[in-house]
Design a protein around this ligand. Structure first.
Ligand SMILES: [Ca+2]
Ligand SMILES: [Ca+2]
Ligand SMILES: [Ca+2]
Ligand SMILES: [Ca+2]
Ligand SMILES: [Zn+2]
Length: 609
């Protein structure tokens, strides 16, 4: 009866009126996958050069969902806690279960010198790591502690079981009881010795990244154990717990920055940039089975740009609503940082270009030099062939994905005119970026493709000061769209006359200011005017002034930084004129000028004093 009530709550919470009985073949699928993860049956062979599948949690959470919605008792036993692990060693929050002999015995089960306490040293290291991770995630980073397990495993401490898992699996977190409708307590099973794996020679490192990853799953279950995108009638094919995996992999590098296990999965993300952010697959060996780990770059981008708290804020919003609302949560937290899911995703796509040989650790990913490069969907390397079409690429982008089209400038003077026309999308939008790449000082901007038309034009002047122009169409939107690629058409035209800066809005630009209107309340209120700059203005003196509607000068403003690129933390104005008095309500013009260029923007001011 208890289980039934959980199911009822779950169904109400997820607002899904009809759950079909899971098909028998799907139940068998999950049973066999669970047996592979636990090493009870051999895993089907996949290419030995491919990285480990690593995490068994998605199978366990999907099996749990099936067991709940189908009330399927045949899935109960495979989901049970491990047995036959007689030894325990615990700390303040964690209890580690292990065996001294047999297949499950830990790495160097007979080594007990550091300290000589009757406990294998690998178990000492495991407990230390989990206690450190508990403190790091719940105290340092401020996440809520995993829900209590009601004394299971011996007491209320969180239980970790060392087991000989199947080849290529490092660990899993297993949700147990559903509490509050959609949260769950859990336990973790972790590989006992990492024999035969990438970490065979250094199992402590393998244990550490796995512990950071799996314990974050336990924390995630305390927010929403159902934070995945799925269609119950077509499980397992349509089950996509990508945000669980992306953020758990991100957590590995937050806690253990030097191990960099995530880098091994980036070829399946950066090398498949057309593949949607929400991709997931149970077909081990398929790029989509590794893609969710490589998707850790999305939270890495967000935290390197906005600080580590942003991921916790996303999970807090995920935890406010049962079921999958991660994209809305991202829209919300990026919105509080004057960005959005779409603007952030486009900037993320720009960051992803800056990897491998194009890395720029000062301005983009700090570890980008370790990364492989993005896949290039199209490359234009000759100035003789313009106008060049940029359509008919073999892999146009899926939802929340990007293409990269490179135009080599070959040091020829002039610039490019770009036109872009994306397929009309329902429930999604095209966001297209342009990068003028030069080592260490790329400039980029959103080319401003229309949200409804998906079309736009832009020009990139003086491109010979860049080595490459990169066109980056992305598809964004809050509603997941699967199994679809979105086509686009466009042309790139070389124009040697695009030199100098006759265009008044390019080269540098002022972007919409906020708050709008700017209500002067005194006491530190100010308006922020984001701006972008090409690198040619690096050392030039820019003159920025505010004028009133009649054209009379009001005050001069300072530019906070002349480094090339887009500056969200822009030019600020406190609403005072040259005489340190607040101006009257009205329309004002902010004007930015250099010797050869100018830009301006109107702002509405309300004097609320
Ligand atoms: Ca010891
Ligand atoms: Ca316990
Ligand atoms: Ca690192
Ligand atoms: Ca949720
Ligand atoms: Zn995982």
């Amino acid at each position: 009866m208890l289980k039934l009530s959980y199911v009822t709550i779950l169904i109400m919470a997820l607002s899904i009126s009809v759950f079909a009985e899971p098909p028998e073949d799907a139940i068998e699928f999950f049973k066999s996958r669970m047996a592979e993860i636990k090493g009870e049956v051999p895993r089907p062979l996949i290419d030995a050069d491919l990285p480990a599948v690593k995490c068994g949690t998605p199978v366990m959470t999907a099996a749990k969902l099936y067991q709940l919605v189908g009330e399927n008792s045949t899935l109960l036993e495979p989901l049970d806690r491990p047995i036959d692990l007689p030894e325990t060693f615990g700390g303040d929050h964690i209890l580690v279960h292990y065996a001294l002999t047999g297949l499950d015995a830990p790495y160097q089960a007979n080594v007990d010198i550091d300290p000589a306490d009757g406990v294998p040293d690998f178990i000492n290291r495991t407990l230390e790591a989990f206690e450190y991770i508990w403190d790091y995630q719940t105290v340092t980073l401020g996440y809520t502690t995993p829900p209590t397990d009601f004394g299971r495993g011996g007491d209320n401490r969180y239980d970790v079981y060392l087991e000989n898992l199947g080849a290529g699996f490092y660990g899993f977190a297993n949700p147990e009881d559903v509490v509050d409708g959609y949260r769950a307590n859990s336990f973790i099973a972790i590989e006992n010795d990492f024999a035969g794996s990438y970490y065979a020679a250094n199992p402590v490192d393998g244990m550490k990244v796995t512990a950071a990853h799996e314990f974050f799953h336990a924390v995630q279950f305390g927010y929403d154990a159902f934070e995945y995108d799925f269609e119950v009638d077509t499980l397992p094919q349509t089950y996509r717990p990508w945000w669980f995996e992306a953020s758990a992999t991100w957590m590995e590098d937050v806690i253990y920055d030097d191990i960099n296990d995530y880098v091994g999965y980036l070829p399946f993300f950066l090398g498949y940039s057309w593949m949607g952010l929400g991709s997931f697959s149970y077909n081990y060996g398929d790029a989509r089975s590794y893609h969710p780990y490589g998707a850790c770059l999305w939270p890495i981008y967000m935290t390197e740009k906005y600080g580590v708290d942003i991921v916790r804020e996303i999970w807090e919003i995920c935890g406010q609503t049962a079921g999958y609302n991660a994209l809305y949560a991202m829209e919300s937290v990026l919105g509080t940082r004057s960005s959005s899911l779409s603007d952030g995703f486009l900037e993320f796509a720009v960051w992803n270009f800056h990897s491998g040989n194009f890395a720029d650790p000062a301005n983009f990913y700090s570890e980008g030099a370790l990364f492989p490069e993005v896949d290039i969907a199209g490359e234009i390397d000759s100035l003789d062939v313009f106008p060049m079409h940029i359509s008919f690429l073999s892999n146009p982008p899926e939802h929340l994905a990007a293409n990269y089209i490179i135009v080599a400038t070959n040091s020829k003077p002039g610039g490019m005119r770009i036109s872009f026309d994306g397929e009309d999308l329902s429930g999604a939008s095209w966001y297209t970026g342009l990068i003028g790449y030069w080592p260490g000082e790329s400039a980029w901007r959103d080319m401003g493709v229309g949200y409804s038309s998906g079309a736009g034009t832009d020009e990139w002047r003086n491109w010979d000061i860049d080595s490459l122009l990169v066109i980056i169409p992305t598809v964004s939107g809050l509603t997941p769209i699967h199994n679809r690629q979105f086509s686009f058409d466009g042309t790139v035209v070389y124009d040697p006359s695009l030199i100098g800066d006759t265009d008044l809005t390019k080269g540098f630009d002022l972007l919409p200011a906020y708050p709008s209107p700017f209500v002067i309340t005194g006491g530190g209120s100010e308006i922020n005017i984001p701006y972008s700059l090409d690198k040619r203005y690096n050392s030039e003196l820019l003159d920025i002034s505010v004028f009133d509607a009649s054209g009379s000068p009001v005050v001069k403003l300072a530019i906070p930084s002349t480094s090339p690129g887009y500056h969200e933390n822009g030019i600020t104005w406190d609403g005072k004129n040259d005489n340190k008095r607040y101006v009257a309500s009205g329309i004002y013009i902010v004007h930015m000028e250099a010797e050869d260029n100018s830009a301006h923007i109107k702002i509405a001011v309300v004097n609320g004093n």
